[in-house]
Design a protein around this ligand. Structure first.
Ligand SMILES: NC(=O)c1ccc[n+]([C@@H]2O[C@H](COP(=O)([O-])OP(=O)(O)OC[C@H]3O[C@@H](n4cnc5c(N)ncnc54)[C@H](O)[C@@H]3O)[C@@H](O)[C@H]2O)c1
Length: 286
């Protein structure tokens, strides 16, 4: 432990259960000396195990908020400042949901009502959160705000569906709000682009196991776990990264800069059945 967040106050959105990335971030933040408030939707708090986390992290409060509701967010930032006794130094936005994915609607058969929800929960909520915080002047100077994203915002991934569009919007909001918040309040705004990680949200993606294995084989350092992600978040909440803002920061073992890896190629070649190879075992490309 490095005491990187000693004396800092933070709000953590999106811890549902002990697999959640936000869960690991909350634990690491407290280990590093922070005091936190936890938040999620009322339903998620009821169905999940957030109260357990609140106990082990000695959270100052658990405040329900739907991240798409400006009213809920106003209440959250007001009450969190009271519970923590001052302005907020860091915020983690770790919320995402696609009803299209849940209902197995493919990208060429989207329900547009569901798409509105995907964008609102997974991207616009980040704007709402920052607009509310800024209007309430709830974030301390030099504060740090983070959201979690995925590389499908830049490049197309089978099965990621409308969440790819949501992540592209999330990253754009990061730049646009980051400029204003930096200029006016020295507040940093960044996104971490995380490896596929087995969580409730991750598991909802079509063909997730294959995606996880593929990314692992393609990455020279292997996939980054939720614990690794928490470590990275801590550095970005700390004073050691004061000039980093408006970025999408890849935390993916190198995946985003790979084309093909040896481990990936070996596995790919195994998929060729004998009929597709010549007498020397060389692949016959069709
Ligand atoms: N798991 C992965 O493979 C992966 C990879 C890259 C990025 N991410 C991102 O990490 C973040 C956290 O996801 P996770 O993988 O830990 O899964 P998770 O299912 O544990 O967390 C998602 C959270 O979003 C919350 N949420 C949903 N609707 C909400 C609303 N209206 N208001 C407030 N909260 C709401 C859920 O209650 C849940 O706690 C998401 O933004 C996700 O897209 C995940």
């Amino acid at each position: 432990m490095y005491n990187l967040l000693k004396g800092k106050k933070g709000i953590i959105f999106g811890a549902l259960n002990d697999q959640s990335i936000a869960w690991k971030v909350a634990e690491r933040a407290v280990e590093e000396g922070a005091e936190i408030v936890l938040t999620n939707t009322a339903v998620a708090i009821r169905m999940g195990t957030l109260d357990e986390l609140a106990k082990t992290t000695h959270a100052a409060a658990v405040i329900p908020a739907d991240a798409t509701s400006v009213e809920d967010l106003e209440n959250l930032f007001t009450e969190a400042q009271k519970a923590l006794g001052g302005k907020i130094d860091f915020v983690l936005h770790s919320c995402a949901m696609s009803v299209n994915m849940r209902k197995k609607r493919t990208y060429d058969d989207l329900d547009y009502g569901f798409l509105d929800k995907t964008l609102d929960i997974s991207a616009v909520s980040f704007h709402k959160m920052m607009q509310v915080a800024k209007k309430l002047d709830a974030i301390a100077e030099g504060g740090s705000i983070l959201a979690l994203t995925y590389v499908a915002s830049h490049r197309t991934f089978f099965g990621y569906n409308d969440m790819a569009d949501a992540k592209a919007l999330l990253e754009s909001i990061t730049r646009s709000f980051g400029y204003i918040y930096g200029r006016e309040k020295q507040v940093r705004v960044n996104c971490i682009s995380q490896s596929p990680t087995l969580t409730t949200a991750g598991g909802g993606i079509k063909g997730f196991d294959g995606m996880l294995d593929f990314a692992d084989r393609m990455s020279p350092l292997g996939n980054a776990s939720a614990d690794d992600c928490a470590d990275y978040c801590i550095t970005l909440f700390s004073d050691l990264t004061k000039k980093v803002t408006m970025q999408t920061l890849f935390h993916d073992g190198g995946f985003s800069n790979m084309g093909m890896s040896l481990r990936g190629m070996e596995q790919y070649n195994k998929s060729f059945i004998p009929e597709n190879t010549d007498e020397n075992g060389k692949i016959i490309y069709g």
